[in-house]
Design a protein around this ligand. Structure first.
Ligand code: ATP
Ligand code: MG
Length: 233
């Protein structure tokens, strides 16, 4: 059987225990062989850009999964630059030889609820399976009612990892996984860091140390080693 690759995209500003729980839940439920963590360059659906630079966001993602077996951090979206459309990313992964049947794009239920606004919807859904994991207060199973046009493609998965459904060739599915993930968001973490509160338990110890060392999310964010004035006009 071909390897099953999970793809976890996100701004990761910073990567936190909710992201790791999302990935772990999808890996367990769908028996994924490996995980690609893909920090986005510029997320298309946000009015404000990321707070930390692409380099710091990539570094934190790499630190967070350094000891996780079968995990790689990909610079694909950072190399590509510009808006990080999932459609374009999946095109590139498929061009590199990965078949849609072996690709599982992971999202939280909040992100997937907006799928109709994604570039090249609904074609984007044919480029990979989608694995949608609940977020606190947002069960994945509720998406059937919110997105009735897609209900026929949705398959409930046992979060403990049951039998995988047979895959009809040429058709990708939307797997719904209701698993407990921590009530954590990057927005709340940035606010805590800005007001000097501890991040222990919300991010991995290595990521917490990285945020502290580089003073990310504080008023003087990431200014270490830079002169006070502007470097360039
Ligand atoms: P922000 O607050 O800046 O929006 P975030 O915590 O929502 O950050 P994102 O980078 O926006 O993180 O999310 C990347 C992916 O991870 C999305 O698919 C999102 O739904 C999912 N996700 C984030 N936090 C959780 C969580 N606690 N449980 C499950 N999924 C999550
Ligand atoms: Mg978010």
């Amino acid at each position: 059987m071909n390897p099953r690759t999970g793809i976890l995209g996100g701004t990761f500003d910073p990567i936190h225990v909710g992201h790791l729980a999302l990935a772990a839940a999808a890996r367990r439920a769908l028996q994924l062989d490996r995980l690609l963590v893909l920090p986005s360059h510029t997320p298309p659906h946000r009015t404000a850009g990321p707070s930390a630079s692409v380099w710091h966001r990539f570094a934190m993602a790499a630190i967070a999964v350094a000891d996780a077996e079968g995990c790689e951090v990909s610079d694909l979206e950072l190399e590509a630059g510009g808006f990080s459309y999932t459609w374009r990313t999946l095109e590139r992964l498929r061009a590199s030889g990965l078949a849609a049947e072996g690709l599982y794009f992971l999202t939280g239920a909040d992100a997937f609820a907006d799928i109709a606004t994604w570039k090249h919807y609904p074609e984007v859904l044919d480029q990979a399976h989608f694995a949608v994991v609940s977020r606190p207060g947002q069960p994945a199973s509720a998406l059937r009612g919110r997105l009735p046009d897609l209900a026929a493609r949705m398959i409930d998965m046992d979060p403990a990892g049951g039998t995988l459904p047979g895959e009809p060739s040429g058709r990708t599915s939307i797997f719904l996984i209701d698993a407990a993930t921590p009530d954590v968001s990057a927005t709340a973490i940035r606010q805590r860091a800005a007001s000097g509160q501890t991040l222990t338990g919300l991010v991995t110890p290595g990521v917490e140390a990285h945020i502290q060392r580089h003073r990310l999310y504080t008023a003087e964010a990431g200014r270490a080693g830079r002169p006070a004035g502007r470097l360039h006009d």
